[in-house]
Design a protein around this ligand. Sequence first.
Ligand SMILES: Cc1cc2nc3c(=O)[nH]c(=O)nc-3n(C[C@H](O)[C@H](O)[C@H](O)COP(=O)(O)O)c2cc1C
Length: 192
Amino acid sequence: MIHQSTDARASRRFLFLDASARPDGNSVRLARLAAESSLPAGAEQRWLRLDDHPLPPFRDLRHTGDGGYPEPAGHGRTLLDATLAATDLVFVAPLYWYSLPTSAKLYLDHWLGWMGVPGLDFLARMGGSTLWGVTALAADDDKAGPLIDSLRLTAEYMEMRWGGVLLGNGSRPGEVLDDERAVVAAKSFFAG
Ligand SMILES: Cc1cc2nc3c(=O)[nH]c(=O)nc-3n(C[C@H](O)[C@H](O)[C@H](O)COP(=O)(O)O)c2cc1C
């Protein structure tokens, strides 16, 4: 029994997708603090910047030909494989115009294509994993509703578990670590 529970803890694999349009911004600093302080024991972590893995424009082929999508290649393949390998998917996504940054939105649009790749079973394989968000914003927390709803409803559609969104206030890089409420929340975020 002890052996089983150790294995279960070790099997958590967190994928952090940094969607900021700048490196080392507030969202990723807050996410790093949360990861350092609150990831379950034995959890693996992988960090990818979406801007380092640019995706092509998404094409809606659902009602064209047989509606199937080709297997993704290049950065799409990297992101798909990393996504499927994760038990926990963390959008590290600053608030842009009350919503998700373009790179995060484009990545989500590509999920629709991945659902259409014959034999991939993307939708079924995502079910049961957990979706989280870590978001920095310059304004008050109550302005983040559209971003939170986008992620929460996506989790619901995909039959994923909903981990919630950790919010932190800041504008210049590093300011988020002066947001005491965010720092306290980060320290237990992934343990919740
Ligand atoms: C294109 C763009 C749009 C933004 N839109 C908002 C917004 O709607 N609400 C807000 O509070 N802050 C907004 N901001 C400010 C960022 O959310 C804030 O600077 C945040 O700390 C950036 O996080 P990052 O350092 O992880 O990139 C915007 C910033 C950019 C670059």
